[in-house]
Design a protein around this ligand. Sequence first.
Ligand SMILES: NC(=O)c1ccc[n+]([C@@H]2O[C@H](COP(=O)([O-])OP(=O)(O)OC[C@H]3O[C@@H](n4cnc5c(N)ncnc54)[C@H](OP(=O)(O)O)[C@@H]3O)[C@@H](O)[C@H]2O)c1
Length: 249
Amino acid sequence: MKIKGIRVVITGASSGIGLELARLFLDRGARVLGASLPDRQIAIEDNNYHHVELDISTREGVDRLFEEALNQFGKIDCFVANAGMAHYEKLIRADWDHLNPIIDTNIKSVMYSAIKMKELYPTEPFHFMVTSSVMGYWPLPGYAIYSATKAATSTFLDGLRLEWERDQRLHVVYPVATKTRFFDVAGQPHDSWMMQTSKHVAKKMLKGLEKDKKKIYPSPIFEMCYRVAPWAISFYRKREANLLKRYYS
Ligand SMILES: NC(=O)c1ccc[n+]([C@@H]2O[C@H](COP(=O)([O-])OP(=O)(O)OC[C@H]3O[C@@H](n4cnc5c(N)ncnc54)[C@H](OP(=O)(O)O)[C@@H]3O)[C@@H](O)[C@H]2O)c1
């Protein structure tokens, strides 16, 4: 895909991976509409950048995002469902309501946005990208729900790929731990191993998009382990399980 001149929507563009990705798109001549929750400091000043404050975990929020994008651009060439959240927790108490925000944000919003793109453009080409996680492959202790949400969106896009037109491109990104606000928001008390920068992840996303990659792995170490030595992750998992046990003892 050529980046110059395209019209892009990015959810979660106020910080971390989404913010870096928005900057890279703008550097390459794209027009960008970013979204985040209300009352956030917006770090981008650029004539080709617009920002909208809304809650993408609701139907109203996503509908408004599409309306704003169509008002601004007339057409959406690429939608990046990047916003996401996690709770770092040991699951020991059944709480129905606790499940809602993460499922609404990480799953329902992504599915609804993808289907809206198809509804808008039944046979026209477009790109839809979702920021999943390596935890969608390899769940980690403390993140059982989060890991399941990331596996769900990845599988969802695999399913859509079988149904949609060939030039309606679907891209899934699998970052490893990345230095953003993510772990603070999740409430993880310790640092993760092998943290990547959000800029690195964003660069890989853009490159993956340009090369029309279905699956984008920003960490070559993860990709190698996954393919050749999946047992290697067990050491990391053991460390994480011990830490979680300690916090909840
Ligand atoms: N950091 C990691 O280690 C890591 C690893 C793998 C995958 N990921 C995934 O990468 C994506 C981006 O995360 P990040 O690491 O860049 O974290 P981040 O810095 O916390 O960014 C999250 C973004 O999502 C937005 N957001 C969250 N809930 C929202 C809602 N209901 N409505 C609108 N915007 C909402 C946030 O907006 P506000 O600023 O308004 O809160 C923020 O812009 C997420 O999907 C995450 O699951 C992260």
